[in-house]
Design a protein around this ligand. Structure first.
Ligand SMILES: N[C@@H](CCC[C@H](N)C(=O)O)C(=O)O
Length: 327
């Protein structure tokens, strides 16, 4: 079969976007998982952290389904949603839209460029759930806020939160960031284990300055990525709860692929987060795929030039991270 894809990224978290609205594909559920495994494989001609399937919705402007590189489906994807936001706004000539995701309909909108000529979108991250059953995390308590998990680390304190995909977050020192603790414990909770039966996205967070943090995430179903949008949003929330950063003010979140802004809102007893960042297209391609024989071949490809300007943002962000982590 021939499939049209757009390869793009949000903070270097890269995706293949497949439009099931304008193209009459007849994918089965099995096909979507197989496509994710085959096309995202880093040794394939494409390679990505996941696939974003854009579909019609009965009650919203469009529907997003996100599949991780290992073929598992995630309930949400913050960086991916910015790409879908751009795609739908451009498709329908709009500056805002509502996108149906697995567990919520989320508002998205076009924003002023975060950096000259970098397409920028804001997406809503919600609902925010602290109940351990929402992740799920099998501990004999209802929530986990800045606490130790003895099976994972004697020194780190973790917060568990679903937005609504599952996140385990620790505020760490530079030494802990530079050690291999994150890799070890992430592999543990994303392999067969009793605590997180569905796996979890694990983030290490370092405060860099007032209103500025660095977040590195090991993503469930993928491994270390350049950035994870829901993780950066959940991490910003954790710093607000710990009174390190303010609610209702932009927090700059640096990551290995660039930077985003997060604004954490407290509405009565609930929280929601605005995630603002790039939605950059790398190329558009037509791909010949044979799922049975696991063959992928690009038949037509148009390289785009947006990445050239994005790299300026990324190198500025990288310099700041290096300087701040030294200090
Ligand atoms: N990269 C995404 C999250 C993708 C899903 C995640 N790996 C999961 O399985 O929950 C983001 O930007 O939020």
């Amino acid at each position: 079969m021939q499939i049209k894809v757009i390869k793009g990224h949000g903070s270097g978290n890269d995706f293949l976007l497949i439009d099931e609205i304008s193209n009459a594909y007849t994918f089965t559920e099995k096909n979507r998982a197989e496509l994710a495994r085959l096309l995202c494989h880093r040794e394939s001609e494409l390679g990505a952290d996941g696939i974003l399937f854009v579909m019609n919705s009965v009650h919203a402007d469009a529907r997003m389904r996100v599949f991780n590189a290992d073929g598992s489906e995630a309930s949400m994807c913050g960086n991916g949603l910015r790409l879908v936001a751009r795609y739908i706004c451009e498709l329908y000539g709009r500056s805002e839209a509502v996108i149906e995701t697995m567990k919520a309909d989320l508002k998205v909108s076009k924003q002023n460029d975060l950096f000259p000529d970098v397409h920028t979108y804001q997406v809503e991250i919600s609902p925010v759930l602290f109940e351990l059953k929402a992740l799920p995390l099998k501990l004999n308590q209802p929530t986990l806020y800045n606490e130790r998990i003895k099976e994972l680390s004697a020194e780190l304190r973790f917060t568990a939160v679903a937005v609504p995909n599952p996140h385990l977050i620790a505020l760490v020192t530079t030494e802990q960031l530079q050690s291999d603790i994150q890799k070890q414990l992430s592999e543990k909770v994303n392999g067969p284990n009793e605590l997180f039966p569905d796996g979890v996205n694990v983030s290490f967070v370092k405060q860099l300055d007032h209103g500025a943090i660095y977040v590195r995430t090991f993503e469930r179903g993928v491994g270390f990525t350049n950035a994870c949008g829901t993780a950066m949003s959940a991490s910003s929330l954790v710093t607000c709860l710990q009174e390190i950063n303010p609610f209702e003010q932009p927090i700059t979140v640096y990551n290995n692929g660039g930077k985003v802004l997060c604004v954490v809102h407290k509405i009565a007893a609930d929280y929601k987060i605005d995630l603002i960042g790039n939605a950059t297209y790398l190329y558009e391609a037509a791909v010949e795929v044979n799922l049975e024989r696991e063959l992928v071949e690009i038949s037509d490809k148009e390289e785009l030039t947006e990445q050239d300007v994005y790299e300026k943002l990324q190198s500025e962000a990288q310099q700041i991270i290096t300087e701040m982590l030294k200090g």
